[in-house]
Design a protein around this ligand. Sequence first.
Ligand SMILES: [Zn+2]
Ligand SMILES: [Zn+2]
Length: 130
Amino acid sequence: MEAVNNSSEVESTPKPQVIYRCKKCRRIVAAEENVVSHERGKGEECFRWRKRTGDPKDWEKDAAECSSIFVEPMKWMEAVQEGYVEEKLQCIGCKVRLGSFNWAGMQCNCGAWVNPAFQLHKSRIDECRM
Ligand SMILES: [Zn+2]
Ligand SMILES: [Zn+2]
């Protein structure tokens, strides 16, 4: 499959460039297109962002690196399928805990609120570039 796409801003590309795997059993748990991005440092820690001047790249240095990613609800998330509002997220393959979710939202370590939140800890997953 060759990419014959001349548009640089396609939202849902069928060919994921980054995939996330369970570190333990290597099962694919999310792809780039499933990731719900959030603006870093919003919410309660907003005050730290007052001095937003200069190069936008410098703003990022002030914010904590996000220690997890947030994704859409996925089929492998059994607790989601079972109707829980808030639960741990376990890998369907090896049952290791990958993160947690809350339909009411959760706060990222960078201060941003994500709502609803399906959080996967970066330390539990491997990011692979295709
Ligand atoms: Zn964050
Ligand atoms: Zn696993």
